[in-house]
Design a protein around this ligand. Sequence first.
Ligand code: MG
Length: 256
Amino acid sequence: MLADPYDAILLDLDGVLYRWPEPVPGAAEGVAALRKAGKRIAFVTNNSSRTPAQVVERLASVGVDAKPEEVVTSALATATILAERGTRFAFVIGEEGLLKALTDAGIRIVNASSDDVDAVVIGFDRGADYTKLKDASVLVERGVALVASNADPSFPAARGESWPGAGALLAAIETTTGTRGEVFGKPEAPLFERALASAGGGRPLVVGDRLDTDIAGASRLGWDSALVLTGDARPEDVESSPWKPTFVVGDLSGLV
Ligand SMILES: [Mg+2]
């Protein structure tokens, strides 16, 4: 089977396993077949709003069996890296997944009036408002580091709607301050590297539905990738994309 040469399969969620709230047909069976073939799996998502336990629940509701330790979110990658850098106090625009990942990593969440702020951390936040964007911008103007769990321009909501994503919130602060944020999620390397480590290393195959995040990130790292056609990308998009997947498959069953 196509997945044979690989040790670790790094699976994107949205557009690969589900198009929320609908399961992607064949996805649950595909994951089960990969497991049966002895592949180690990481469920890799740019969405920072959910905790691994919440992601596992969501996967279970579309029939995909997963364990929290197999889930790697951009929030976890962000928290790990910031903790390694010695970040102690963060001002955060983000939801529970990001807040919990940061606090679990020993980073304290502070408000904008705190004297000690080492980083402004941006993630997807449905409660973001002008005050939060203003406070974040003022901190960045004072020289506090600006980082983001991911820079997805939009969030794929139900009924095919696109809502402002973490990248849209980040852009508001970048536009205000003229400072570019550092991004840890796809297509940047940190999230992929953490996902491979969590899957035990070896030779990775990145599986995703987006050329500009999943496939771009894999190619930059020199890793093989499989584009599935159950989400964002259409077959004709591959032609015009600067990022070429190693394989194009209709859905996950194409890997097995
Ligand atoms: Mg996706």
